[in-house]
Design a binder for this molecule. Structure first.
Ligand SMILES: Cc1cc2nc3c(=O)[nH]c(=O)nc-3n(C[C@H](O)[C@H](O)[C@H](O)COP(=O)(O)O)c2cc1C
Length: 151
């Protein structure tokens, strides 16, 4: 079974509060579990970055929900393609509040080639590598972060 992943950045709508974020996380987590999708969500107070992965049909249905969500606007895809393996196998929707500079460091850089098992033709998967390191440290997966978004 092939696995696919999508990463994007988007702007939260202005009136989104902690309760709204809690709602997104709860809805997303239960839907993702059924869809077989694993995901991480980062938020700097204004922008979201999300990465999610799973089987084609699960990823398609989650993406449709993400695209239809009214809680964010200006969604920009960073990467979309096949992945060799799950990078976050245990997390249906892990979330973390991160600094704006850290988020910028993840999105304002090269994501091309993130789907290859190894960088191709000198492509450096800088954005993806930074995101991965944020969640897993340098020596493998850490325990899921406590849900730190929302109220
Ligand atoms: C940043 C963000 C990430 C989301 N991630 C997921 C997800 O991983 N899985 C899912 O089923 N829905 C996801 N959603 C959709 C939420 O379930 C949806 O926003 C929530 O039900 C509230 O709907 P509303 O944003 O239209 O008010 C996401 C929405 C946003 C804004």
């Amino acid at each position: 079974m092939s696995l696919r992943a999508i990463a994007y950045v988007s702007d939260a709508v202005e009136d989104l509060d902690g309760a709204g974020i809690d709602h997104i996380l709860a809805e997303a987590s239960s839907f993702n579990r059924v869809a077989g999708v694993t995901a991480v969500l980062m938020f700097d107070g204004q922008r979201f970055v999300q990465y999610f992965e799973g089987p084609d049909d699960g990823v398609d249905s989650v993406y449709q929900r993400v695209l239809n969500a009214r809680s964010h606007v200006h969604l920009r895809e960073l990467a979309h393609g096949e992945v060799a393996t799950r990078h976050f196998p245990r997390w249906t929707m892990a979330s973390a509040r991160i600094d704006a500079e850290v988020l910028s460091g993840i999105v304002d850089t090269e994501w091309r080639g993130f789907t290859a098992a190894a960088p191709v033709d000198g492509q450096r998967r800088v954005g993806f590598a930074r995101m991965l390191e944020l969640w897993t440290g340098v020596s493998g997966e850490l325990e899921p972060a406590a849900v730190t978004l929302g109220s």
